[in-house]
Design a protein around this ligand. Sequence first.
Ligand code: M6R
Length: 368
Amino acid sequence: QKGGYPSFMAKEIHEQAGAVADTLLGRLSDGSLQLDEMDIDPSVLRSVDKIVVVACGTAANAGEVAKYAIEHWCRIPTEVELAHEFRYRDPVVTEKTLVVAISQSGETMDTLMAVRHAREQGAKVVAICNTRGSTIPRESDAALYLHVGPEIAVASTKAYLGQIAACYLLGLFLAQVRGNLYPDEIAALMADLEQIPDQIQQVLDNSGQIEQLAADMQDANSVLFLGRHVGYPTAMEGALKLKEIAYIHAEGFAAGELKHGPIALVEEGQPVFVIVPSPHGRHSLHSKVVSNIQEVRARGARTLVIAEEGDDAVLPYADEVIRVPATRTLFAALLTVIPLQIFSCELATAKGLDVDQPRNLAKSVTVE
Ligand code: M6R
């Protein structure tokens, strides 16, 4: 059942190239993006003036990535809110609000209650979901399925990548319907997105270095993760994975926030993962993150840097460089998280923990 892997989590991590390929499969026809399940009237999609993504845990981190993509492509103000906070704070929701509910299981009660609340206020709800026939897509106006296959491990990995890929499809579809991007721009973005499964496979094929790192770091009692732009939710997700299955204190930060407090945590030997954006994207973004690596290293941190192939600017400040293939800044979220997933999985396995069934957690949280 585990296909020769020590855990379902390890198996699911290694299925991610195919998983993302399946999420993207058959979406482009005659140069235009087709999302057949999106049966919300285009005039309604054109009238949307705000998007609110509601989700919990890993799905909320996928939502944070979605926000960067949707705002960039569609110019629609987009918020991401933990579903349990959204539901109980009297949020501003109107008929012009599009609520995007992300849930692997489709049964998370917190997210379901947020969906019900949004619909009561007249909002349209699109569910991004993995489990066909589950409650959240049934109670939504439209559903976009991940098609990544069943996810057994409590820690979400392949569904996270599928959720991000599905959010990109939703963003591009909205940009198409609303005329924010030209058809050739959408085709170029889709062409790059379709390269991602092969690039995921390259990351997986090079996992030896991160596996060794995990084996050497079993005694760590705190690990920090830093990133900017989509590297920020990636840092949050890396920290969540480590807490969840390896029971190690971990925190993800927006790298720019360091100097506003968290840098006080850094002392000699503190492991800090840093997710570096492409040097070929916005230059200032890249150079700011390189400065952040420098700042934590100067205070004694052990810097574990995830950077694009050929990015040599990080070398003077990195104790370890983990390479990922080059892609657009936005799409890197589908690559840079993989070493972090492998790190947690390997570390928890090396500690002899139950990777697939971590203590105190359930795969699907069906209570509020
Ligand atoms: O099924 P859902 O996507 O709604 O689940 C949401 C969270 O409970 C879930 O992502 C949780 O954070 C994972 N165990 C993280 O790996």
